[in-house]
Design a protein around this ligand. Structure first.
Ligand code: CTP
Length: 401
């Protein structure tokens, strides 16, 4: 997937700089063209010769050195890069990028690139948690810079906590997800819903559920990376909106219905991954209900079933995917929902299965199809499952249903 891709690896001055050598070696083995830019401090930890031997290209440490070919090195690397990876990234380089400082080869090239920049922080826990560093990361995140979370464990400084550089294999997997992806969904319009809904009881209380939105966000992110035009209608979650996705934030089931119906016309695939609240209080009180009031008087009414409504007015060649969460009788109930809501596929999971459901990064699902197609069991990370679900949903468009 990375064969022929141009990857620039920026190495900054931290003890984890030695791990960047395995990263470069792994990328070269996968057929990528790797250029390495080291900061002056990185060269104190690992010799440029190590990277030169692994990458088989000149390693750039000095902005004013004579370039091998007559072009302006920082501009040429910035232009040809498919992705820029800074690993390890110190608090210093993160701060420089966040503040627009370009005073060496690495910071200058990062500033000149339009390629995605993946920053892999590695530093002492206190530094990583320093509010200035957190602010810089938040600012860069918002601007579209990509980050990997450092791991936890014993750090080189002797303390233990968050700050370890992720393993080179994990960084390579992330790079593959960012740029090694085939644009096989380009031309498709995909709508995804995610997260819970909140049904207000009064200005401070609401009825909701434990959906984290991770599955829906993974679907939106994967679809966008594979070239689809994606709208994500999201209930309240604490996740960053995926890059390149049109994210519409909603709160209640009725808001979600409005946003879905407003964005569903012309959609080729609709995936209802949201955990939509089935009920809402008949009346939302304008003022906070006092403890002394009788709470048993809150009457609930049914929310609209968005998936069923979409199923009713399904356009020709539109593929509709629903989710089904149960704690018992999973397959029978999922099959019943598939029929009742006129969906083409239901992704069913049992909340009681370890590694499945809300909050966790993995899922264990059964895919149930309309038209008598045999169901399938899948389990893995939500990111992996997202790709599998998308591949199957797109595949259904090309087969008789
Ligand atoms: N769904 C929806 N609107 C609702 C409730 C659910 O669009 N008001 C969608 C969900 O997004 C999901 C699917 O319907 O894709 C199934 O959701 P689930 O909660 O499992 O089923 P329900 O229809 O709520 O049925 P029940 O509560 O009886 O299990």
């Amino acid at each position: 997937m990375l064969k022929g891709k141009n990857i620039v690896v920026g190495v900054t001055g931290g003890i984890a700089a030695f791990k960047a050598a395995s990263l470069v070696s792994g990328l070269v083995k996968l057929g990528a063209n790797v250029d390495v830019i080291m900061t002056e401090h990185a060269a104190e930890f690992v010799s440029p010769l190590t990277f030169r031997s692994l990458a088989k290209t000149a390693v750039i440490t000095d902005m004013f050195a004579e370039p091998a070919k007559m072009d302006i090195a920082h501009v040429s690397l910035a232009q040809k890069a498919d992705i820029f990876v800074i690993a390890p990234a110190t608090a210093n380089i993160i701060g420089k990028i966040a503040c627009g400082i370009a005073d060496d080869m690495l910071s200058t090239t990062v500033m000149a690139t339009k390629a995605p920049v993946l920053i892999v922080p590695a530093m002492n826990t206190n530094m990583y948690e320093n509010p200035v560093v957190r602010d810089n990361i938040a600012k860069l995140n918002k601007l579209g810079y990509l980050f990997m979370e450092p791991g936890e464990g014993l750090l080189a400084c002797g303390s233990s906590g968050k700050g370890r550089m992720p393993e080179p294999e994990d960084i390579i997997e992330r790079i593959e997800r960012e740029i090694g992806v085939e644009k096989d969904l380009s031309g498709l319009n995909i709508l995804v819903t995610a997260g819970p809904t909140r049904e207000a009881i009064d200005p401070v209380r609401y009825i909701s559920n434990g959906s984290s939105g991770k599955m829906g966000y993974a679907l939106a992110e994967a679809a966008s990376k594979r070239g689809a035009r994606v709208t994500l209608v999201s209930g309240p979650v604490s996740l960053h909106p995926p890059a390149g996705v049109n994210t519409v934030n909603v709160v209640s089931a009725e808001d979600m219905r409005g946003a879905v119906l407003a964005n569903s016309a012309g959609c080729d695939i609709i995936i209802m991954a949201a955990a939509v609240g089935d009920f809402r209080p008949e009346k939302t009180e304008d003022e906070k209900i006092k403890k002394s009031s009788d709470f048993s008087q809150i009457r609930l009414v049914k929310n609209p079933d968005i998936l069923a409504e979409l199923g009713e007015k399904k356009a020709e060649n539109q593929t509709i995917v629903g989710f089904c969460m149960e704690t018992e009788d999973l397959i029978t109930r999922a099959a019943e929902k598939l029929r009742r809501k006129n969906a083409d596929m239901i992704v069913a999971n049992n909340l009681k299965t370890p590694g499945a459901g809300f909050g966790v990064d993995t899922n264990v699902v059964t895919l149930i199809y309309s038209g008598g197609r045999e169901s399938e069991n899948l389990s893995g990370s939500k990111l992996w499952l997202a790709d599998e679900i998308l591949t199957r949903a797109a595949g259904l468009r090309n087969t008789d249903r």
